[in-house]
Structures are given as C-alpha cells and as structure tokens.
Design a protein around this ligand. Structure first.
Ligand SMILES: C[S@@+](CC[C@H](N)C(=O)[O-])C[C@H]1O[C@@H](n2cnc3c(N)ncnc32)[C@H](O)[C@@H]1O
Length: 247
C-alpha cells in the first residue's frame, strides 16, 4: 500500500501534521477536531438520504472517518456505500478500524489514493464531500478549480456537493508574537473562495453558505503556534432543471 507522489512542501507539511495527529488522537475523543462530525453535514444526509435506496457517497480527503462513519450509519441500512479517499496509509487503516468497530465496514470502501489523480466516474455519486481537504493537499491553486469541476461531473443530477474550505489562515508563534509563514497548499481569502464557489456553482441550487471562525493551538517545529482561520462551508444541489448537459 502507499501513494508515491512528487510532493510540494505544503503537501509534505499536510502529511506530517495528519500522520502525527492520526497516530495519537482517537476518533470521537475530546481534545482535537476529530472529536465530532460536522453536524450540518450529518443533518443534511439525514434529511435528504435517510430513506433513499443505494445512495452513493464519495468523501475526498476522508481522514479517519469523522464524517464518513456517521454517514455510513445513515445510508448503509438501505444499501448505500461511502467511498473514502485519502493519501495517507494511516488514515485509511484507522478509518477501516473505526468502521469495523462501528460495524459499518461493509458500507465503507477506503482507498489510499491522491485525490488529484483519482479518476472520478461521471455522474456516479449522490453526494460528494470534500471537507477541509482540497486546500490542504492540492499541488497548485489552479487544481482546486479543476478538482471542483471533476467533483461536479462525478455528481448525479439531483445530487449534492458539500465542501468545507479553510480560508484566511493566520499562524502566530505564541512566545515570539510573530506571524509564521503558513504551509497551506492554498490559503485563500474568505471572500475570494466564496466568489470562486458561487461562480463555479452557477446553475446549481445553493443549500448552505456559512462562515465559521476557528482557532487552535498546536506545536510546529517545537514551537507553540496559534492557528486562526475562517471556515467556509458550502453545499449545493445539482439542479436537474437548469444545468447544462455537459456536467
Ligand atoms: C484536515 S483533514 C480532514 C479530514 C476529514 N475530511 C475530516 O473532516 O475529518 C484533511 C485530510 O485530507 C487528506 N489529504 C490531503 N491532501 C490529499 C490528497 N492530495 N489526496 C488525498 N488525501 C489528501 C489528509 O491526509 C487528511 O486526512
């Protein structure tokens, strides 16, 4: 197993941060962002898909299953599946352990893959999630747009895209009171990301667009860092009436 990529510095930083976190923190235990799933996402899946048959979900940059496992509980009983893509061996190994423990391993298909090279099948999914994923792991900013276009093509008509993007990132060395350069693959301004999504999703029905401030302290290269950002949550329905046939 394992994905061998020529990685950018930002992708290397993403890998190192997540490898360390997944090795030490358990899913749904308090103390990190793995503590709970994204509640609006789980509520949306309940509202739209709880009674639907054979729902197909794709979770790009799934991590250890924070959202995928609760979703598997909802769609699994009616023959649904959740395909999870992450480029870290440890993420997919822990995802499958967590799924086994939660008795949803038959619902989840975990794949160690780079989402930039994953060939998404056309019009295959009822729900595609990229939650706090694209901006952390793309090799260039232009690839965010390309990936979103692939996500749109991979969505069935009447299906939903659910995206969460970290924007306005500021990292501050606590002791020195200085800003440290961010190692995010793509650090967009909130308004810039919002406009990008509004443009890309012209013709779709926007369900949710929300800004949530977030902060956490963590250790980077032995120094305490205060991380702040504005998180953009955006979801939209592929409207069967108004969308061009090319998507
Ligand atoms: C901030 S975490 C979010 C995990 C999950 N979506 C959640 O909300 O719990 C970002 C995840 O994306 C994965 N990732 C980043 N870049 C990736 C890439 N190019 N291909 C696949 N996975 C990637 C990381 O390994 C990590 O698990």
């Amino acid at each position: 197993m394992g994905v061998h990529l020529r990685m950018t510095k930002a992708q290397e930083a993403t890998r190192a941060y997540h490898q360390h976190l997944y090795a030490r923190a358990r899913l749904f235990e308090p103390g990190t962002w793995l503590e709970k799933p994204d509640a609006p996402l789980v509520a949306l899946v309940h509202a739209r898909f709880a009674h639907a048959k054979h729902v197909r979900v794709l979770d790009l940059g799934s991590g250890v299953g924070r959202n995928a496992i609760p979703i598997a509980h909802i769609v699994g009983p009616h023959g649904g599946t959740v395909t999870c893509i992450d480029f870290l061996d440890i993420a997919i190994a822990k995802l499958m352990e967590n799924a086994e423990r939660d008795r949803v391993s038959g619902v989840i298909d975990g794949q160690v893959q780079d989402f930039e090279s994953y060939a998404m099948p056309d019009k295959a999914f009822d729900l595609v999630i990229a939650y706090s994923a694209l901006e952390h792991g793309v090799s260039s900013p232009e690839n965010v747009t390309q990936l979103i276009r692939s996500i749109q093509r991979a969505t069935k008509r009447g299906g939903i895209n659910y995206l969460g993007m970290t924007t306005n990132v500021e990292e501050r060395d606590v002791a020195r009171c200085t800003i440290v350069p961010s190692e995010m693959a793509v650090n967009m301004w909130y308004t810039e990301a919002k406009h990008m999504l509004e443009e890309l999703y012209t013709g779709w029905e926007v369900i949710q667009e929300e800004r949530t401030p977030y902060e956490e302290r963590y250790i980077k290269y032995g120094r305490e860092i205060l991380w702040r950002n504005d998180f953009l949550t955006f979801s939209a329905l592929k409207d069967i009436r108004s969308i061009s046939s090319s998507l």
